[in-house]
Design a binder for this molecule. Structure first.
Ligand code: THG
Length: 262
């Protein structure tokens, strides 16, 4: 599983405060902890409150790179903020994200090629979030076709079906699971898939339980990557155990420790 640590996000109070007071120790500490916990990449998002997102993302990327070499996932709805992050990064990068609208693809696919970055494609457009797996599939197909026609390798594309909170959009979780399965059939080689896992439990109690239950179900539907909280031990243990059951990890009696040492 490609694990993207979600914790460097201005949605979180400690990150918001770190941005306001330019306290890079806080950001560096979260970067180190997530990497030690097994994150393959770190999401970097200034949050909705940032007044200077271009400067903020650069500052965070610089701070993180002083302490870890983990690939960074530039998370913004603004293409110039993503480019500010990419131009500051020294290591591997992921663009998070484009949607299916031509205007966005026209900017972000060439940007991904220029910076040799992977790309997350959200199954949504300016009309909003899809309501079922068929709409998700149609939007994902638009992104895959655009990549194929513009020489962006589909193997570097992660399709995101858009996870919605189960407390307000209960019927959507199984539409996401169905979409995950069908995205894989869109091209050969298949695109990869990713979800923003914690979306599913926003506003609900027992968040960790909801997150790990949904994660295992999505793994069963073929999920390749997840933006999640790698410091949630129960979640990580469920992730590793599901990989074992799905025959993606070799069994040994100490399989949890064996995975963590890799
Ligand atoms: N897809 C892609 N990228 C994404 C998302 C996605 N990036 C952002 C988000 N969704 C994934 N990251 C988070 C990070 C935090 C939370 C949810 C998803 C979260 N935060 C607490 C909350 O809102 O309740 C913050 C509360 C606190 O301050 O502790 O749940 O879907 N490609």
């Amino acid at each position: 599983m490609f694990i993207v640590g979600e914790l460097i996000n201005g949605m979180y109070k400690n990150v918001r405060q770190a941005l306001e007071t330019k306290d890079k120790k806080i950001i560096q500490d979260i970067a180190k902890k997530q990497t030690e916990a097994g994150a393959s990449a770190l999401d970097v998002n200034c949050g909705p409150a940032s007044r200077n997102p271009k400067d903020d993302i650069k500052w965070m990327v610089e701070a993180i790179q002083e302490v870890v070499d983990t690939p960074l996932c530039m998370d913004s709805t603004k293409t110039d903020v993503i480019e500010a992050g990419l131009s500051t990064a020294k290591n591997k990068t992921i663009i998070n994200s484009t949607g299916a609208d031509k205007e966005k693809l026209d900017i972000l696919v060439p940007m991904a090629l220029k910076y040799k970055s992977s790309l997350i494609g959200l199954a949504m457009n300016k009309k909003g979030v899809p309501q079922d797996k068929f709409q998700r599939l149609e939007l994902a197909a638009t992104i895959v076709t655009y990549c194929q026609e513009n020489n962006f390798p589909v193997s570097n594309l992660y399709l995101d079906p858009i996870v919605l909170p189960v407390n307000v959009a209960q019927a959507q979780a199984q539409e996401v699971l169905g979409a995950l399965h069908e995205f894989k059939l869109l091209s050969d080689p298949a695109p990869k898939t990713i979800v923003g896992l914690s979306n599913v439990s926003q506003g609900a109690p027992d968040r960790s339980l909801i997150n790990r239950t949904f994660l295992v179900m999505a793994q069963c539907a073929g999920l390749d990557g997840a933006i999640l909280d790698p410091l949630d031990k129960n979640l990580m243990d469920a992730l590793i155990t599901a990989e074992l059951i799905l025959n993606k990890q070799i069994y040994c009696d100490s399989f949890l420790d064996a995975y963590k040492k890799k």
